[in-house]
Write a protein that binds this ligand. Structure first.
Ligand code: NDP
Ligand code: GDR
Length: 322
């Protein structure tokens, strides 16, 4: 029988890769979409005719109940969130509502409408924040450093709570940073690869950046959505860290991206306090041995390959605009 999946956050980076993966596996895919004045379709334009869209918002429980009724899903992937950490200081309440309470709304919609559906929550390495141990694994205590991180901790624990309270199959994937050519333009990897492409093509002459010393564990989004799917195919619901097990500074990222087009980053990068955060997460490094062992998950794309893929994609895209 054809499996049915409901994805929230379908227009975002992960929603688009997950939709592709599930469609390739023969799923009927439903996507929760917010009403916007102009349709946001950039990431899913190529598959929009294969997805059934349902209007709704994480802040509106009735719309989520309606979505679960229409989709009648076997699997629900809750990827929607206000996901940009820097914005979470500017809009802490809105971030708390969507990224935190939104998870409870989605869990309630599933519990009231189709409690046997399997549920995936997009948890984050930002929950580790000011890290209590390195590398970070499923048992590492949380110490979030932003309103976003705090909201994700709430979303994480409410998912665990619904699993324990109602015996729902609810999993939380603690995913470390993952990127792709579809990454939002304000996130650091994409900001750098887009900036490098513009500089190389003569459209820009500097790149204004924040803290270059922070370290992140960066993987490829296409690899990470496979882990989400695997988490919902097990005998028992559980939580898993997904990461590469490698950490790199922002400076290394910048260096690889500029070097790839034959430029020296020191000639173009300008430090601008505007991009420095009120509180920083200095170091993230994940230990995903549980996911490797129990899910059989493997990553395919390494850091350098990922950065070069993103620079090449931005060069191609921007060349066409010129
Ligand atoms: P994006 O920012 O690319 O996508 C977020 C999605 O959420 C968009 O589709 C957006 O819709 C939707 N959304 C936002 N607010 C609402 C709302 N109130 N109601 C309904 N939909 C809403 O994020 P990613 O794809 O990168 O990440 C997916 C999830 O994984 C997020 O929850 C993120 O916090 C989490 N995460 C991401 C990691 C990463 O490195 N990418 C790592 C760990 C966790 P619209 O297009 O209308 O704005
Ligand atoms: P992050 O991603 O906060 O880790 O959250 P982001 O790419 O925004 O920042 C990574 C690091 O780069 C530093 N940085 C800059 N960041 C941005 N955006 N712009 C800059 O100019 C800049 N200069 C330096 C930041 O200070 C930070 O240390 C992402 C999101 O996808 C979350 O939703 C997700 O949960 C986590 O990854 C895991």
């Amino acid at each position: 029988m054809t499996k049915r999946a409901l994805i929230t956050g379908i227009t975002g980076q992960d929603g688009s890769y997950l939709a592709e993966l599930l469609l390739s596996k023969g799923y009927k895919v439903f996507g929760l979409r917010r009403r916007t004045s102009v349709p946001i379709l950039e990431n899913i334009e190529h598959i929009q005719n294969d997805i059934e869209f349902i209007d709704g918002d994480l802040l509106d429980l009735g719309s989520l109940i309606n979505a679960v009724r229409i989709a009648d899903p076997d699997e629900v992937y809750n990827l929607a969130a206000q996901s940009f950490v820097a914005t979470s200081w500017i809009q802490p309440v809105a971030t708390g509502q969507a990224t935190g309470i939104g998870v409870t709304n989605m869990l309630e919609a599933v519990r009231l409408t189709k409690p046997e559906a399997r549920f995936y929550q997009a948890s984050s390495s930002e929950m580790f924040g000011k890290v209590m141990e390195t590398p970070q694994k499923e048992t590492t205590p949380f110490y979030p450093r932003s309103p976003y991180g705090v909201a994700k901790v709430y979303g994480h624990w409410i998912t665990v709570n619904y699993r324990e309270s109602y015996n729902m199959y609810a999993c939380s994937g603690i995913l470390f940073n993952h990127e792709s050519p579809r990454r939002g333009i304000e996130f650091v990897t994409r900001k750098v690869t887009d900036g490098v492409a513009r500089i190389k093509l003569g459209l820009q002459n500097e790149l204004r950046m924040g803290n270059l010393d922070a370290k992140r564990d960066w993987g490829f989004a296409g690899d990470y959505v496979k882990a989400m799917w695997l988490m919902l195919q097990q005998d028992k619901a559980d939580d898993y860290v997904i990461s590469t097990g490698e950490t790199h500074t922002i400076e290394e990222l910048v260096d690889i991206a500029f070097s790839h087009v034959g430029l020296n980053w020191r000639d173009y990068v300008v430090i601008d306090q505007k991009f420095v955060r009120p509180a920083e997460v200095d170091l993230l490094l994940g230990d995903c041995s549980k996911a490797k062992e129990k899910l059989g998950w493997e990553l395919e794309v390494g850091f350098e390959q990922l950065v070069k893929m993103m620079v090449d994609s931005d060069l191609e895209r921007i060349s066409k605009l010129k």
